[in-house]
Ligand binder design. Structure first.
Ligand code: HEC
Ligand code: HEC
Length: 464
């Protein structure tokens, strides 16, 4: 049946192909796999197939080892004071444990991170919650960021549709590698103020002027020179080290470090009925049945990688646009300019979700129960939302405007007009079962990482 249907040519559109393959994935489970959530065929059929190692992009071990050092090396930031690992740390489940973090200029790690004293203050808080990085090397991951502004697509002849458009160089080996090109160019995340360093200053010229300057810095460090030479056959001397080599190393590191396919839920999918507790199985039956979670959190990664508006309580600096200067975050619409995409955000993967809080694109909820309650009735949840739960490093200046969006009644009305989810009544017992099920997605091996955090890095700069 699989072969026959997949071979029919007129199922030509991408949408139809996906519909067919989703249906078949479901059918395959019905006919061949045994895990039972005890909820009858209707919920059962949406259980995903288990993740297999061939579902991941291949990676090069040398590149991954080099990428691990670069990921934690502050030399990639304009003022040499922040690394990727500061916001995506092994210690905090690949994120930072904050609702909205502090980028360039901040001090410390995780919930203890704070604003500096006596030095130029960062321009603003980071406008969105730092994504977790699990399974990004899975071949199904084709769109990144809360608004999907980086995706696999050949729009510009370089393999990816990103904010750098045609200025993104060719030769990037994965979407994670392509993404790496951006935090280092961002003033709030890593580059800093144009008056302070050559990296941020070159960002004012054009985005692709930043990358050679970063590569030059890395090439000036002798340990990196040898490591790049050993890793890449096309590097004969320091002048050959390019930003794409740096990005491909970090990409291979991310893609291999945080594969997550060994949670109790995965063992359950491969047929081990005892992997889930009774309560977790009840939660799974709800997730794939009555609660309809899997209509959006579908497949082995628990995301459809599409965009939906849930009207999460907005706060923070927002992501303002050139012609739209007051604080707000319109989500996917900022990328597509389609009103139908207003306030939509990408469905996040739920792998290790119990460890990646606070939750939502801005970290609006401090508990899993809180974010689930919100899904069940967004308008009511907005009425009840307690702003005290947000986890924001203290700062007298930003605190004056942190809730400017929340206090903007016209913006709040617009937000409430765009909701893609229908209210659904569940009992507290059922919500507790869903929370228990989400805990079955925690994979201890993935949280530890394949290589783990390094003790030191070639620049000699301290690691956060
Ligand atoms: C200041 C904190 C900060 C730093 C430093 C930082 N990131 Fe992030 N990262 C974020 C935030 C916030 C997002 C979500 C942004 C958005 O969606 O608009 C994100 C998103 C991502 C994503 C997308 C994941 C997904 O599922 O869509 C990847 C991959 C990533 N970062 C990797 C990196 C790498 C590699 C570096 C270093 C070159 C880095 N980050 C540096 C905060 C940071
Ligand atoms: C209509 C699609 C849709 C449905 C149905 C749905 N979700 Fe979500 N879910 C999303 C989107 C989109 C987000 C991110 C929203 C945002 O950040 O603005 C999200 C966020 C979450 C988060 C936070 C994850 C994180 O990393 O911050 C959890 C947990 C979650 N959903 C669980 C559930 C559960 C449990 C159900 C079933 C009761 C469910 N979802 C049903 C689309 C959906």
């Amino acid at each position: 049946m699989t072969v026959k249907l997949a071979g029919v040519k007129f199922w030509g559109s991408r949408y139809m192909k996906r519909a067919v393959s989703v249906f078949l994935a479901g059918a395959a489970v019905l006919f061949t796999v045994q895990p039972s959530i005890g909820a009858g065929a209707s919920a059962q059929q949406y259980l995903p197939n288990p993740i297999k190692q061939v579902d991941y992009l291949p990676f090069d071990k040398k590149r991954a080892a080099l990428g691990r050092l670069l990921f934690y090396d502050k030399v990639l930031s304009g003022n040499r004071n922040i690394a990727c690992g500061t916001c995506h740390s092994h210690e905090h489940a690949t994120t930072d444990g904050l609702s909205l973090g502090i980028g360039e200029g901040g001090i410390g790690l995780g919930p203890k991170r704070r604003f500096p004293e006596g030095r130029a203050m960062p321009q603003k808080r980071v406008p969105r919650n730092a994504n977790a990085l699990f399974n990004l090397g899975h071949k199904d991951f084709r769109v990144l960021f809360h608004d999907g502004r980086a995706s696999v697509a050949d729009t510009y002849g370089n393999g990816f549709n990103t904010p750098a458009e045609e200025w993104l160089p060719k030769g990037l080996s994965s979407i994670a590698a392509a993404q790496t090109m951006f935090p280092i160019t961002s003033r709030t995340e890593m580059a800093g103020d144009p008056a302070e360093n050559e990296i941020a200053a070159s960002r004012r010229e054009r985005i692709d002027h930043v990358w050679p300057r970063i590569a030059k810095r890395v090439a000036a460090i002798s340990e990196y020179r040898s490591l790049f030479g050993e890793t890449y056959p096309d590097i004969a001397g320091p002048g050959d080290i390019k930003m794409i080599h740096i990005a491909n190393a970090i990409g291979d590191f991310i893609n291999s470090e945080w594969r997550s396919s060994n949670a109790p839920f995965d063992r359950f999918l491969t047929g081990d009925q005892t992997a889930l507790t009774q309560k977790q199985r009840a939660g799974a039956a709800l997730f794939y049945g009555k609660a309809q979670c899997s209509t959006c959190h579908s497949g082995a990664l628990l995301t459809d990688q599409k965009f939906h508006a849930l009207a999460l309580p907005p706060f923070g600096p927002g992501r303002t646009r050139v012609f739209d200067p007051y604080p707000r975050d319109v989500g996917r619409m900022g990328e597509t300019d389609q009103i139908t995409d207003a306030y939509r955000f990408r469905t996040p993967s739920l792998r290790n979700v119990a460890k990646t809080g606070p939750w939502g694109h801005n970290g609006a909820y401090a508990t899993l129960k809180g974010i689930i309650d919100h899904h069940l009735n967004p308008l009511e949840a907005l009425q009840r939302w307690d702003r005290k739960q947000v986890i924001l490093p203290a700062n007298a200046k930003f605190e004056q405007t942190d809730f400017a969006i929340w206090d903007d009644t016209r913006e709040m009305k617009r937000l409430q007009r765009h909701i893609d989810i229908k209210p659904l009544a569940l009992s507290n017992k059922e919500i507790a079962e869903l929370v228990a099920f989400l805990h079955s997605l925690t994979d201890k091996q993935a949280l530890a990482g394949r290589l783990g955090k390094p003790l030191n890095v070639p620049s000699g700069l301290p690691i956060d």
